[in-house]
Design a protein around this ligand. Structure first.
Ligand code: FAD
Length: 341
């Protein structure tokens, strides 16, 4: 039912859109996660799911988006869209939104998404909830309930945008479940050639220089072994690395260890770090502060090792080992050595 306070006619807006972020012709995982979440929302609202793809020569990605469940792909192709610029992307998407009026628009909270989302919402004059970790729909009035950590992660705030459309949200990578790939899924790819001139783009991208720092692909990792302050010293991470290597896992960390300079920020899991949902998460010497849990509590199986039986991490752990990491980890590594034999 339309809200009498609504500033725009919300009933004119229909459909769920997701931003299909690609870089150098590679579709980002978060785009597939948005399709997974977008599909659920669109089905609940009994409406279409549309992926918005901008770029040059990315027809293969457009096909892929259909197989990942989009009913439609708006594929805007132009030389000036081959790499992301705030001006070009926000102009093109703004015009599409104005013309076609989606009711929901989801964007990944990547560096690009965090730049694009606010710029777009300001231009459209609608609300944006940044960094969401959960989305639900209030079917009675087609409102998107956008939930995100607030007040330092001490509570979760659910935000609605009743009077403007589209309801926009950036969603953290790694939080939502990826859409399933279905070779037989059918949909429409609409190719659009935008009216875009060089003068529309104020900032010119001269060159891309990739960071020399090695990426830590925590969001993709099926197994993560994380270390916390309980390690006592930076050297403790050598033991974590050893176990991780045995398991083919990535190394994660609590913020306390990052702040102490024991390990790089790229390893941090949690509210101000990465959100992960591996099959197995092993927390070693981590107390289980709410801000850490915010980044890993969706893991399929959580194993906690902590010498304090009352540590909050045990409340969410599937398996808890009460004891000293310096006794337990060497035993675990030793046991895995024997598995290899
Ligand atoms: P501690 O809380 O000090 O816990 C150490 C644990 O190790 C204890 O439970 C102890 O019993 C155990 N231990 C000690 N010695 C041993 C041993 N030898 N063997 C076994 N166990 C042992 N934190 C994050 O992790 N990620 C975030 O993204 C994040 N974002 C934040 C954002 C904000 C706005 C704020 C305010 C805080 C944030 N924090 C974050 C910090 C968070 O509140 C905690 O301070 C932090 O997670 C604690 O890290 P820890 O568990 O390693 O250390």
């Amino acid at each position: 039912m339309a809200d009498k306070n609504a500033v725009v006619n919300v009933d004119e807006y229909r459909g769920v859109w997701t931003f299909a972020e690609q870089r150098d012709g590679n579709l980002l995982n978060v785009a597939i996660e948005l399709l997974g979440e977008g599909r659920k929302i669109a089905d609940e609202l009994n409406t279409e799911l549309t992926a918005v793809l901008l770029g040059k020569n990315v027809d293969d990605i457009a096909e892929k988006l259909i197989k990942y469940g989009a009913d439609k792909v708006l594929y805007v192709e132009d030389d000036l869209l081959s790499t992301y610029t705030t001006d070009a992307y926000s102009k093109v998407i703004y015009e599409l939104v104005e013309e076609r009026k989606p009711e929901i628009f989801l964007i990944g909270a990547t560096n690009i998404g965090r730049d694009l989302g606010p710029r777009l919402s300001a231009r459209i004059h609608t609300g944006l909830t940044a960094d969401c970790t959960r989305l639900n729909v209030d079917l009675e009035n087609r409102r998107l309930m956008m939930t995100r950590p607030a007040f330092g992660g001490n509570l979760m705030a659910t935000i609605v945008c009743p009077n403007y459309r589209p309801q926009m949200s950036t969603v953290r990578p790694g939080v939502m479940e990826k859409a399933k790939y279905n070779e037989n899924h059918k949909g429409i790819i609409e190719k659009i050639h935008p009216y875009l001139k060089e003068e529309d783009i104020k900032a010119k991208v001269i060159e891309f220089v990739k960071s020399s720092k090695a990426e830590v692909p925590l969001e993709e990792a099926p197994i993560i072994v994380s270390g916390g302050r309980g390690l006592g010293t930076p050297e403790g991470f050598k033991l974590i690395e050893k176990l991780a290597k045995k398991l083919g896992a990535e190394v994660g960390a609590s913020r306390a260890t990052v702040d102490a300079g024991w390990i790089e920020q790229a390893h941090q899991v949690g509210q101000t770090g990465k959100t992960v949902r591996p099959k197995l998460y092993i927390a070693c010497g981590i107390s289980g502060a709410i801000q850490h849990l915010a980044g890993m509590q969706e893991s399929d199986c959580i194993v906690a090792i902590n010498k304090n039986p009352d540590a909050p991490i045990f409340k969410i752990a599937d398996y808890g080992i009460v004891g000293d990491i310096y006794e337990i980890l060497p035993e675990l590594i030793d046991a895995l050595d024997h598995v290899d034999d």
